[in-house]
Design a protein around this ligand. Structure first.
Ligand code: ZN
Length: 290
């Protein structure tokens, strides 16, 4: 049996009960990986976190956050699915989730609590959730059902955390154990989704960040003295890691321009909730060589 090729990535807006998400149904049908980029609509948090705030570290009522997380899983049809939510620190640390038994999840949660900005998941039975307000949510999905969810602000982009996740996933899925012959073959087969984030026009930075981006990712990622494009830099760097440019999809929404629909750290003066990038796999991971 071969691993079937994924359809090209395409994010579509969906109403899930009271919630609004962006997802790719064709990906879910083909690979079993469900991706959901959430918005503010439908949650129980109150101002200034109003809506579906999924983060506990921002000052919101923890009971409201737990209800919001539970509501999201219920609406996605997986109530009670164990969640891993790392303590995000704008670094490049990834935590791997190889199994979903209680001991492994306890170990994973401990590592994720120490600080991590990405989860690489090669099992069913668990969902990965990372939280955002302007930074770029990145989900990488394999035809096998494995996936990674990454938090990429400018520090994470500059530290190449998304390419690091592609390489980590590709290494696990190739060679003697994996379904792909080589890591390159694996990386080229992945779909990459960039969720709602602050766009270049709204993302003003200092000269040091501009210079860093221009040097590392090319001048086209830093169009003028005060702005950098996180999405462009991610795309450049992901392709360097072997991703197929045709398999990188961008939600095309600027969080700072749409503070009614999404949380925006910049547009809301730093006091706000967090929307999420959630992914899980429903099925049996394919371990058969292609
Ligand atoms: Zn904007």
């Amino acid at each position: 049996m071969k691993v079937s090729q994924l359809p090209l990535p395409r994010l579509e807006a969906r109403q899930l009960g009271p919630l609004h998400i962006l997802t790719d149904d064709a990906l879910a049908r083909t690979s079993g990986v469900r991706v959901a980029f959430t918005g503010r609509a439908g949650g129980v948090s109150e101002a200034p976190y109003a809506g579906l705030n999924l983060a506990t570290h921002v000052g919101d009522d923890p009971a409201a956050v737990m209800r919001n997380r539970a509501l999201l899983l219920e609406e996605l049809g997986v109530p009670g699915l164990p969640l891993i939510v790392p303590n995000q620190v704008h670094g490049d640390e990834l935590v791997c989730v190889p199994r979903a038994d209680a001991a492994t999840l306890a170990d994973v949660r401990e590592k994720a609590a120490r600080g991590a900005d990405g989860l690489v998941v090669t099992t069913s039975g668990v969902a990965a959730l990372l939280c955002f307000a302007d930074c770029v949510p990145v989900v990488i999905a394999s035809p096998t059902g494995a996936f990674a969810v990454v938090h990429a602000g400018w520090r994470g982009v500059a530290a190449s955390i998304a390419p690091k996740a592609v390489r980590a996933l590709a290494a696990r899925e190739s060679g003697a154990e994996g379904p792909f012959g080589t890591p390159e073959e694996a990386a080229a087969a992945y779909n990459v989704y960039l969720g709602p984030h602050i766009h270049v026009e709204c993302f003003e930075t200092g000269e040091d960040v501009r210079v860093l981006f221009a040097e590392k990712m090319g001048e086209e990622c830093a169009p003028d003295a005060r702005h950098v494009s996180l999405a462009r830099a991610l795309a450049v760097d992901l392709v360097r890691a072997g991703a197929d440019a045709a398999r990188i999809a961008d939600a095309g929404v600027c969080t700072a321009c749409c503070p009614d629909e999404f949380y925006s750290y910049r547009a809301e003066g730093g006091m706000c909730g967090r929307h999420g990038a959630l992914a899980f796999f429903a099925g049996a991971i394919k371990q058969v060589r292609s």
